[in-house]
Design a protein around this ligand. Structure first.
Ligand code: GLU
Length: 404
């Protein structure tokens, strides 16, 4: 099964607890448009290399397509299609006026020089600009894509189209039309969702937290949980993890990783594999890396009380069953990691209005919105006697049904 099969499996589980118009379900089961491109890039040695890229425009029922662009060696059309589908649902759960889309390039960006990366990013836009734009499709960062990459892309888009709003891409640097707070937004949004549901989940003021991933999302989430009095007992990057039952200081861990390019050898902590880390006893497990981390293979060994999915698609449907039976609560990606796209939508709105909001305004709006929608999902799960993933899907489908 690929990621998109899993996404459709989640959809059919949700529609088993509440039925919807079959035309709507057929619509969301197939993306509206998929584009595959081959991007020629002149490499530093003068040779031309071809890269495969994708943009899947899943649904425009609730607004322009919206979603990030991933640069990863394993990115393929099935993954990007699943990610685009989840964006449609995520924007609906967050109740922002956006549809869903996603892009990707099959590339390991660590193998490219800065110049090659820029030419690749600009090449992606040259291939796709006729189907992008503030009112059509608004990409953003995702795994391995940064504000700088967004600034190249929006610049290329402006050159090709004359657009002066900057609203065709979000996640831009602050000086290039970006929003205050966008960098922190996904981690912070996850924290707000956790705060909104904490009492319902009987979690204490001081939770023991394990974070898988040290990119924008995992790193910020770990720091925020620590700042709010929780104990981060383990964290990992894409290669390995470290554990300290007394609690890690995330700023020190990040500084160490910056200097040594690895977590191995971090003083006072024990090394652990990514797989073992997921199975540590803790209150909150935060997968903040890639898909398919918690599967039927390891689900029975998960000892967390709550899983806060800051990655997209980290838990497979068969793992959901095992976790549900064990009483492990999964706060699903389409709610837990919606903070990023919510602040992206604020950035888009500010660009279109020609405004610049303060960080305080951005965070207050994010907090109000996600606290409310987290409780909406919770209430649906209680009324429907189901898990939070099915409940979040039902909330999203109700909003899509009302808009179609
Ligand atoms: N890549 C992020 C996500 O998966 C953010 C998307 C956006 O800001 O449009 O939600």
């Amino acid at each position: 099964m690929n990621q998109f099969d899993h996404a459709l499996e989640q959809l059919s589980r949700a529609t088993a607890v509440q039925s919807f118009d079959s035309a709507l379900i057929r619509r969301v089961s197939s993306p509206e448009r998929e584009v595959r491109v081959t991007i020629p890039v002149v490499m530093d040695d003068g040779a031309t290399r071809l890269f495969e890229g994708y943009r899947v425009q899943h649904s425009s029922i609730r607004g322009p397509y919206k979603g990030g662009i991933r640069f990863h060696a394993d990115a393929d059309i099935h993954e990007v299609r699943a990610l685009a589908f989840w964006m449609t649902l995520k924007c609906a759960v967050a109740n922002i006026p956006m549809g869903g889309g996603k892009g990707g390039i099959t590339v390991d960006p660590k193998e490219l020089s800065a110049g090659e990366l820029e030419r690749l990013s600009r090449g992606f836009v040259r291939m796709l600009y006729p189907v992008l734009g503030p009112k059509v499709d608004v990409p953003a960062p995702d795994v391995n894509t940064t504000p700088e990459i967004m600034s190249w892309m929006v610049d290329e888009y402006a050159k090709l189209t004359g657009d002066t709003t900057g609203a065709a891409f979000t996640g831009k640097p602050l000086g290039k039309g970006g929003s205050e707070g966008r960098g922190l937004a996904t981690g912070l949004g996850g924290f707000y969702v956790f705060e909104a549901l904490k009492e319902k989940l009987n979690l204490s003021q001081s939770a023991r937290v394990v974070v898988q991933g040290m990119g924008n999302v995992g790193g910020n989430a770990a720091r925020l949980f620590q700042q709010h009095g929780h104990t981060v007992i383990a964290i990992s990057d894409s290669k390995s993890g470290i554990v300290d039952e007394q609690g890690l200081d995330i700023a020190t861990v990040e500084a160490y990783k910056q200097e040594h390019k690895t977590l191995v050898g971090f003083p006072g902590a024990r090394s652990i594999s990514n797989a073992e880390m997921l199975e540590l006893p803790c209150d909150v497990l935060i997968p903040a890396a890639l898909e398919h981390q918690i599967t039927h293979v390891n689900a029975a060994r998960i000892k967390a009380k709550v899983i806060l999915e800051l990655a997209n698609g980290p838990t497979t449907p068969d793992a959901d069953d095992v976790l549900f039976a064990k009483g492990v609560v999964v706060i699903p990606d389409i709610l837990a990691n919606a903070g990023g796209v919510v602040v992206s939508s604020f950035e888009w709105e500010q660009n279109l209005l020609g405004e610049h909001w303060t960080e305080q305004v951005v965070f207050e709006k994010l907090h109000t919105l996600l606290s409310k929608e987290a409780l909406t999902v919770w209430d649906h799960s209680q009324t429907l006697h189901t898990d939070l993933r099915r409940a979040a899907f039902v909330v999203a489908l109700e909003r899509l049904a009302a808009a179609q």
